[in-house]
Design a protein around this ligand. Structure first.
Ligand code: ADE
Ligand code: ZN
Length: 332
């Protein structure tokens, strides 16, 4: 099974580039940029990565992102993630970034997006890895601030395929961002949102009905509503599930208790993703391996999860077919 996981080409659809900041790079950038971080050494960092819920993680994740200051920092961050993609046979990736985390500290929007984009262009040239970039609004901030961010993003419209919604979910429902999502849609962005990660399934309904999203990030709480499950199945609405994240943030008590197999067996369009791999103990292959070691997933399940990742991606149909053919070829 592990061999199968490793040999299959994969797409990753739920990856926060700031969440791929490994402690080694964090220390290097902190020193270079003269930024204080609350850790003495790598061991110290690992000890701090002990989360009880989403918010305890976010506090540490935003503190870590403070070391990212220049275009080159964002290039290096993205390039390190690309090297993990090479290792894990990820041939297409759709990357989230949080502009507000950086612009609030005085880092120009242009430095962030250009650094990420240049690394992704080099990834295409050197490794043939394709990618797109999705900008997320921080939902703990106001809709007004999201509007300002959208305005700033318009100058980089060609480099950003979509708009998403992340950060503290509880108490910040999708409805809060209805108007800014409407404007993003009119501007031509594809829409996604984190929904039903920690908060209940009503957030998933809101994301679908009020924001008009075409992919749900996480969505694991959908299992609590039979009607919603039915709808997600009928629409084959993609759910980008992140197993390691769900365990580290205590959404489920254990891998054995994770519901991805149940969602899959019901016929939902789910894929496996790493979310914030530097914080959640592993990249995409490790997510698959942890599932296989703890749940009765079959080889066919693995193949379905991998094919779903391509089917649910935002690439054109021709490239989708080509990538699905590559999966079949790897299976021969
Ligand atoms: N930002 C980075 N990772 C996140 C997650 N899992 N949920 C919400 N916001 C995030
Ligand atoms: Zn996420």
């Amino acid at each position: 099974m592990i061999e199968l996981i490793k040999k299959l080409p994969k797409a990753e659809l739920h990856l926060h580039i700031e969440g791929s900041l490994e402690p080694e790079l964090m220390f290097r950038l902190a020193k270079k940029n003269n930024i204080d971080i609350p850790y003495n050494d790598i061991e110290d960092v690992r000890r701090a990565y002990n989360f009880t819920n989403l918010q305890t993680f976010l506090d540490i994740y935003y503190a870590g992102a403070n070391v990212l200051m220049t275009k080159d920092d964002f290039y290096d961050l993205t390039w390190e993630y690309i090297l993990k993609c090479v290792e894990d046979n990820v041939i297409h990736t759709e990357i989230f970034f949080d502009p507000q985390t950086h612009t609030a500290r005085g880092v120009p929007f242009a430095a962030v997006i250009t650094g990420i984009k240049e690394a992704l262009d080099d990834a295409k040239e050197k490794y043939g890895i394709t990618s797109c970039i999705i900008m997320c609004f921080l939902r703990h901030l106001s809709q007004e601030e999201a509007f300002e961010t959208l305005e700033e993003a318009m100058a980089f419209k060609d480099d950003i395929i979509g708009v998403g919604l992340d950060s503290s979910e509880l108490g910040n429902p999708p409805a809060k961002f209805k108007e800014v999502f409407k404007k993003a849609k009119e501007a031509g962005f594809t829409l996604v949102a984190h929904a039903g990660e920690e908060a209940d399934f009503s957030y998933i309904y809101e994301a679908l009905n009020l924001l008009g999203i075409s992919r749900i990030d996480h969505g694991v709480q959908s299992i609590k509503s039979a009607a919603l499950m039915q709808r997600l199945k009928e629409e084959q609405m993609p759910l980008t599930v992140c197993p390691n994240s769900n365990i580290e943030l205590k959404v489920f008590d254990s891998y054995q208790a994770h519901n991805i197999k149940a969602l899959l067996d019901y016929g939902l369009n789910v894929s496996v993703n790493s979310d914030d791999p530097a914080y959640f103990k592993g990249y995409i292959n490790q997510n698959f391996i942890n599932l296989c070691e703890n749940l009765p997933l079959t080889e066919n399940d693995i193949i379905t999860l991998v094919k779903n990742s391509f089917r649910s991606s935002f690439i054109d149909d021709e490239l989708k077919e080509a990538y699905l053919a590559r999966v079949d070829l790897a299976l021969q």
